[in-house]
Design a protein around this ligand. Sequence first.
Ligand code: TYM
Length: 334
Amino acid sequence: MVLYNKTMKTIFSGLKPTGEMTIGNYIGAMKHWPSSQADSRSIFFVPNSHALTVRQDPAQLKTRTLDLVAWLLAVGVDPDESIILVQSMVPAHAELFWILDNFVTIGELSRMTQFKDKSGKSSAEGQLAGLFNYPVLMAADILLYSTDEVPVGEDQIQHVELTRDIATRFNNIYGETFVIPKATTPQHGSRVRGLDDPRYKMSKSDHPDSYVALGEDAESVIKKFKRAVTDSDDKIRYDPKSKPAISNLIEIYAGFAEVDIATVESKYQQKGYGEFKQELGELVADKLSVLQAQFEKYRSNETALMAIIEQGNAKASQIANEKLNEVKSKIGLL
Ligand code: TYM
C-alpha cells in the first residue's frame, strides 16, 4: 500500500452481503475500485452488520461475507495495496454509529428514499429501527477513515450526502474533526436497470430474470440477455429517455467491453437487436468466467482468506480507533 500522507486521497467503499452480487454492483461500483489503489489510500469493506436490517440465516451470512471478500480480490483489489476489512470485526464502526446517531434527526432519516422504499407500506410498528438508522452506520463507516471519495452507484448518493451533513454539523460544534466526503459515480452504469423492466434498478432482491449474478454460468447469462426487453424501434441508439431498455444494454456492453457508448453505437449501427443481444450475452459471459475463476481461486482457501481479513482489520482498526478516540475526547466521553 502507498504510505499515507495527508495530501493523499482516501477512497472508501463497500458491498453488503445480502445476496448474490449482480453485474449492477460490478459496473456501478466494484469494477472501478482497483484503479484507485496505486495513488490513493484505498479501503474496501464488507458491511455485514448492515445486513442485519433483514433477518439473515447465520450460516449464510458468514458464507456471503467471505464470498464478498473473495469477489473483491477477484475484481482486482490487492490486499497489499488496499485495506480490506469486515465491518463487524472493527468495533469502532458500531461505536461511532451511536455517537453520530445523536447528530442526525428523525426528520432527516425519514427522508431517505431507500428507507421509504424498503419500509414499504408497513406501519411504524412493523419497521425495524435498524433500517431507519442504516444511513448513520454508513456515515460512521465513511467518517472513521477520513474518506475523501466514496465510489458508489447512484442509489447510495443520498446516504453520502447525509454523511456530509452529519460531518459538517459535528465539525461546526467541535471543530475540524471529520473530512467531508463526496460520492463519486461512474459516468455510465451508475444505475444499471432490470433486464425485464428498465424502470427499476437491477437488484439481487428482484426476480432472477431481471438480473445477472456475477456467479452465473454462461448459458444462463446468454439466455437472460436474449430475453432482455428492448424498445419499440430496432435501432441500437443510446437515448435513456426514449429508449431506456436498449440504452441500459448499451451501458452494460460499454462497461464490460471497457469502451465508450459511441463505440458501441457505431459498432452496431447496421445491426439488429438479436445480434446485439447475442454478442452482449457472450461478452458478459466471457468476462464473468474469468472473474469466476479468480473468485474460486480465492474462495477455495478459507485460511488464506481469513488471513487477508485479519491483516486488513488490524490496519483498519488502527486508523478507525484513532478517529474514534479523537471524537470521544472532543465530546467528553471517557
Ligand atoms: P449495496 O451492497 O446495495 O451495493 C454495493 C454497490 O453497488 C452499487 N449498485 C449498483 N450500481 C449500479 N447499478 C445497480 N443496479 C446497482 N446496484 C447496486 C451500489 O450503489 C453500491 O455502490 N449501503 C451500501 C453499503 C455500504 C456502504 C457503506 C457503501 C454500507 N456502508 C459505506 C459505501 C460506503 C449498500 O447497501 O450497497
